[in-house]
Write a protein that binds this ligand. Structure first.
Ligand code: NAD
Length: 794
């Protein structure tokens, strides 16, 4: 049987239920979102004369959840259009509809009895064969399934999403004793391929993997802070990016998670633990006071941090008052900061003879020991534990990778010197002469598992560019980019300059790549595995040349950039762009002319040049206009004007899509372009597209003359801008840029409907770009962006 999730039902429309429903809707799955029937009317309902039997009241919880989805930040929906996939209902009137769902997810309060009641109802209503899962954070899934039918148990498991469900990569799946292995396999594949998650299989133990270790680490940290009389700011100075953890470090993370949720999770382990573990999972008294006071974090506008006016204050856990933020500094921290890479920084600091180093050791070492002690109990597989911490808590390295980075032997000696316990798994491993949890040999990775090393299976949908480069896959390279052979006669152009900004080196490499591909490959993927696809052109370069009045040089660079974009468009071999995350300015321009775009669903595209006093200079104005008019019938004046207006608005307001779906709504993506849920699979899919296009006998588009809106179009576009200027919404200088932009999009001083060549439009674009680059106010905007990292409105 080929299983398919055609429809889903989510029970519980709270924080997680609504977030999970939104994420399913983002992938195009219709979801029935149901909740309890309220037993009281609100004041508003009373005033409207509604009663408890009205549908509006009975479905109120679900309806309110949808309203929140639209307002929430970061947005749970990739487009508000996805609301169309969500239907709300209630447990009394719509339980029968559960029989139409292929997957039913229980997401009600973390309470075994309530969950069991809901599962009993699901068992009664579901169709045989449908999958049922619980989003519990840590209640035993085996216990939850007690009393259920055999078919239910065969199709039941835990699916633990992390908050927010759209953005956090981790999905822990927890089978019960009776879960059919085929169902478990299906959910792992579905979770990874369709929902785009990183899947970790966990055993049915309290809080599973990530929350068990994560909560332990947080509690150790809080307790060490109190014992060593450190401040909240001290701790956050060394538990963030310095050691490869998120910017939110320890206490900002806790504020975002919410102390209420955190204490719930801690309590769950506490109730099942014994001895030393029980002690750690006991909440310190000041945390209990915070809970009593309702200082639970961001939700309450107050937690370990609190915003007062423009200032962010931190809590002093002794006096329980808020004061100015503090920071820990020491020679050890400075020395660590001077090194490259989180692993080197962490290693240098943790072994330094320095106050901050000693503190870091006390925070990290217990977590490493605890994780090692839990092997076998929470998972047999150390790579699953590492992945859970990386995907669930945003750590750059999991605990076993950290053992290896710091040196297993070195840690062991230090622990022994301090009289601390060393987990048996570590002493056994060292006893056998094995010095690390992972081994890399002949391009393969092995992990330590039950006294021997096992091959770490590579996911067939993942291409690791770093590994290919290590094994001689580089065809050509310069400082900004490399051309890599990714196998099956497909080449990939990887940007690797700072922030992947486009400078002359990348432009040269685009030209060189297309020449190489033209003769020796089936086609080209433009993609990379950095933090962002590309943040735009190298602004520092443009500003420097502009300030030196070196306009000949700027003109040369822009012309070469435009030529490169035309080469992408008219390449004989298919070029597939694979954008993800920030894909701004020149980054978007590189994608627009590609034969196909294969975008990760989290792709933030935009032609944002106006923010730095410029307009797109790599053909972006023309290509976006072409995307808009691609399917228009000839001669429909209104439609061409509408297209020009939309292009103008998109560029003049520097609109950035908040997802690939929205990028499609802005026409950065065309109908035939693909959106890939799992960013880790992006290069693989882009490569498959190249092969498929080539095998089908790819031909580049034929150059055509483009109908433009000319003088009439220019006037119409400016009408809107004038109105905005009059109402004070845009500045005089914005208006100046708007005029140049409108002129370029309209195709200059020609009658409406004139057909012009691409080269003509590129000339107009280059001219406008150059004249703006020479203006003092544009240079101020560029300077401001380079120094402050945000646009200046002058
Ligand atoms: P929430 O309080 O936001 O929502 C709980 C939902 O349960 C609400 O829709 C509520 O109406 C419903 N509910 C309450 N009592 C009920 C009853 N007797 N019968 C039926 N429905 C009832 O909680 P949440 O944060 O969304 O958590 C839901 C589940 O997800 C819990 O199991 C929680 O442990 C888990 N979880 C939460 C997070 C998180 O960060 N919030 C993360 C992962 C997992």
């Amino acid at each position: 049987m080929k299983r398919h999730i055609g429809k889903a039902a989510v029970i519980g429309s709270g924080v997680m239920g609504s977030g999970i429903a939104a994420h399913l809707a983002n992938t195009g799955i219709p979801v029935l979102l149901i909740d309890r029937v309220p037993n009281e009317l609100t004041e508003d309902e009373k005033q409207k004369g509604l009663t408890l039997s009205d549908d509006k009241v009975r479905n109120r919880l679900g309806t309110e959840a949808l309203q929140k989805l639209v307002k929430q930040k970061p947005a749970p929906l990739t487009s508000t259009k996805n609301l169309a996939y969500l239907t709300v209902g209630n447990l009394l009137d719509h339980a029968d509809s559960l029989n139409s769902a292929d997957w039913i997810i229980e997401v009600v309060v973390e309470n075994l009895e309530v969950k069991k009641e809901i599962l009993a109802l699901i068992d009664e209503k579901r169709k045989p064969g449908s999958i049922v899962s619980s989003n519990t954070s840590g209640i035993s899934v085996n216990k939850m399934a007690e009393g259920r039918s055999a078919d239910f148990k065969k199709h039941f498991l835990g699916t633990h999403f992390f908050n927010p469900a759209r953005y956090l990569k981790l999905l822990e799946v927890i089978p019960i004793r009776e879960t059919d292995p085929c169902i478990l396999d299906f959910m792992k594949t579905f979770g990874e391929d369709v929902l785009g998650k990183g899947i970790v299989e966990a055993k049915d133990t309290p809080n599973f993997i990530a929350n068990r270790i994560g909560t332990y680490g947080l509690l150790v940290t809080i307790k060490e802070m109190i014992a060593g009389q450190y401040s909240v700011g001290d701790i956050d100075s060394i538990t963030g990016p310095l050691i490869g953890r998120p910017k939110s470090a320890t206490f900002r993370t806790l504020d975002v998670v919410g102390l209420d949720t955190f204490s719930h999770v801690a309590k769950n382990v506490y109730e099942h633990a014994t001895g030393e573990e029980k002690e750690i999972f006991t909440l310190p008294s000041f945390v209990r006071i915070m809970l009593e006071n309702g200082w639970i974090g961001s939700k309450a506008n107050q937690g370990f941090y609190k915003k007062e006016g423009n200032e962010i204050l931190e809590l002093d856990p002794v006096s329980m008052t808020y004061h100015a933020r503090t920071k820990l500094d020491s020679p050890g921290i400075q020395a660590a900061k001077s090194l490259k890479g989180a692993e080197n920084k962490m290693k240098a600091l943790i072994f330094s003879d320095d106050k901050a180093g000693e503190l870091l050791w006390k925070l990290i070492a217990p977590v490493l020991v605890y994780s090692a002690k839990l092997i076998g109990e929470i998972s047999d597989d150390i790579s699953a534990i590492d992945n859970a911490m990386k995907w669930g808590f945003g750590w750059q390295h999991g605990p076993f990778e950290i053992w290896d980075i710091l040196g297993v032997e070195k840690i062991t000696h230090k622990l022994q010197e301090e009289g601390a316990e060393v987990p048996a798994v570590v002493t056994t491993m060292l006893g056998k002469g094995h010095e690390s949890f992972y081994l890399r040999e002949h391009g393969k990775v092995f992990f330590y598992n039950q006294a021997e090393y096992r091959l770490l299976e590579q996911n067939k949908n993942q291409i690791h560019l770093a590994a290919i480069k290590r094994s001689n896959g580089v065809i050509q390279s310069n400082n900004g980019a490399s051309l890599i052979d990714i196998g099956d006669d497909v080449a990939l152009l990887e940007f690797h300059s700072k922030s992947n900004a486009i400078g002359m080196d990348i432009i040269q490499m685009i030209h060189a790549s297309l020449e190489e591909v033209d003769t020796n490959y089936k086609g080209l993927v433009i993609g990379n595995q950095g933090k962002n696809f590309c943040v735009g052109a190298n602004l520092a370069l443009i500003l420097m040349e502009a300030q030196d009045e070196n306009f000949y040089e700027i003109e040369f660079v822009i012309r070469r950039f435009q030529d490169a974009m035309m080469k992408i468009k008219y390449s004989k071999k298919p070029v597939v762009a694979a954008p993800f995350a920030m894909t701004l300015g020149g980054g978007t321009e590189v994608c627009l002319p590609a034969g196909k775009i294969c975008a990760a669903s989290e792709t933030y595209m935009g032609l944002v040049e106006v923010g730095v006093g410029l307009i797109p200079g790599g053909g972006g104005n023309k290509e976006l206009y072409l995307h808009h008019i691609e399917n228009l019938p000839e001669g429909v004046e209104f439609d061409y004007q509408k297209a020009a207006n939309r292009v103008f608005e998109t560029i003049a307001f520097a609109k950035i899509s908040t997802s690939a779906q929205e990028a499609r709504e802005y026409s950065f993506l065309r109908a035939g372009d693909l959106v890939i849920s799992n960013q880790d699979h992006l290069i693989h899919h882009a490569k498959q597209q190249v092969i498929s296009l080539f095998d089908q006998g790819y031909h580049p588009p034929v150059p055509v003359k483009i109908p433009v809106t000319g003088e009439t179009g220019f006037g119409t576009m400016l009408l809107g801008a004038e109105a905005l200027k009059l109402s004070g919404y845009i500045s005089e200088y914005d208006m100046n840029i708007a005029k140049k932009l409108a002129y370029v999009i309209a195709g200059g001083n020609v009658p409406f409907g004139t057909k012009v060549s691409e080269e003509y439009l590129l000339d107009l674009e280059r001219e406008a770009f150059l004249s703006l680059a020479g203006e003092a106010q544009s240079q101020q905007r560029m300077q401001h962006m380079l120094v402050k990292g945000k646009p200046l409105r002058n």
